[in-house]
Write a protein that binds this ligand. Structure first.
Ligand SMILES: [Fe+2]
Length: 381
């Protein structure tokens, strides 16, 4: 079994100071006018009462949601300081936990996106702003607006526990998005641009976030997927989705043919077929497993085979084991949105009181892993 977007692991935790009592000490210069060492310890347990600021406008190598999640862990005195001081403080923490080599990769990707954004001319500018009535089926919009489990259940099928399907995208939207992807790929070829593929397993396809669709896909996740995942996947961060990786995959002759058995690097995965004409390409599901048991046997009741229908969405946990059978003729393109919860990650930090001696090491490793998860999936090639 291989893992979609499997992240590299760093063996050596970065340096830092820990006190093993529920806080992680970080050695950074204090923000202007801010006081002493003791005031600059991240709280292990998030302040859930605190409503973090939004950082969408920040242009840094980190996803803005990381700043919002991290803000809940700031020491109490830091919660009241001006936003700029908080940003500076958090940037220094994040930089400390991001090794040099990774910083270079982050910078390279930033430049990659900037190059695209400065030269690529979108074909359908309408796609770049969320317009529900032209994007989505009326039944889907109604269910989301009603926002109850009953309204969601009225449009979905659950062919196997934890796998939900529903009619989502308008045919015209699918067509425009396919044309936009084609246009982007033509541009890539014309200017001989070296494209980054979506993940470690797909050799074809494109990252939609890289050519300007990130804000639209953020809205799609926050306003249209989160209400459903809050009801159906609360235990895996369904109510706190705050970052995503959005891309298309392409199957057929001269493209990827099939996709091996794997799990996704996501809390929740939205997978919508965009077209075109094809046969084969069924998704197969084989139950949810934790990391330790990801290769264990499948029970008969966990077996599900699903045939794609253009416009039809399928929503499942990233850890729900699955794969795609060969697309035997034609050309199949699917939209994938790997939805993640950085908040869930921070909330699941271990309790150092249970193992004070190891807390520091553990926390450094966890932060390191968190940062890699936050930035790596876009840097896999
Ligand atoms: Fe997958």
């Amino acid at each position: 079994m291989s893992l979609d977007g499997a992240v590299e692991r760093r063996e050596d935790p970065p340096a830092g100071n820990g006190n093993g009592n529920g806080a992680v000490a970080v050695v950074v210069a204090p923000p202007t006018g801010r006081p002493t060492y003791g005031d600059r310890r991240l709280r292990l347990n998030p302040n859930t009462e605190h409503k973090p600021e939004r950082y969408d406008d920040l242009e840094t190598e980190f996803d803005p949601s990381i700043f919002s999640s991290l803000e809940r862990h700031l020491p109490p005195t830091m919660l009241e300081v001006p936003r700029d001081a908080k940003i500076q403080f958090m940037k220094e923490i994040l930089a400390r936990y991001l090794p040099e080599g990774e910083r270079t990769r982050v910078q390279r990707h930033k430049e990659y996106r900037q190059k695209i954004m400065s030269a690529y001319l979108p074909l359908h500018s309408d796609l770049y702003n969320m317009e529900p009535t032209t994007f989505f089926m009326p039944s889907f919009i109604k269910a989301i607006n009603d926002n109850t489990e009953e309204s969601f259940r009225s449009i979905i099928s659950e062919p196997s526990p934890g796998v939900y399907t529903f009619a989502m995208l308008q045919p015209n939207f699918c067509e425009l998005l396919l044309e936009e992807v084609e246009n982007f790929e033509k541009w890539v070829n014309a200017v001989k641009f070296k494209i980054m593929r979506p993940n470690t397993m797909n050799k074809y396809g494109a990252v939609l976030d890289d050519f300007g669709l990130e804000p639209m896909l953020s809205k799609l996740m926050e306003e249209f997927i989160c209400p459903m995942s809050k009801v159906f996947f609360p235990e895996v961060g369904g109510s706190t989705l705050d970052s995503h990786h959005g891309f298309v995959v392409e199957y057929g002759k001269d493209k990827d043919l099939e996709l091996g058995f794997h799990v996704d690097d996501s809390e929740i995965t939205l997978n919508v077929c965009l077209g075109k004409q094809f046969s084969g390409g069924e998704l197969f599901f084989r139950g949810v497993r934790c990391d330790k048991h990801v290769n264990s046997d499948t029970q008969p009741e966990e077996i599900l085979d699903y045939s794609h229908v253009p416009g039809q969405a399928i929503l499942h946990r990233g850890r729900h084991r699955h794969g795609a059978r060969a697309t035997t003729s034609g050309h199949r393109i699917n939209l994938l949105l790997w939805c993640r919860s950085n908040q869930l990650f921070f909330e699941s930090l271990p309790d150092p009181n249970r193992a004070p001696a190891r807390a520091e090491l553990l926390l450094r490793a966890v932060y390191s892993e968190f940062l890699q998860r936050a930035i790596y999936p876009r840097y896999l090639l």
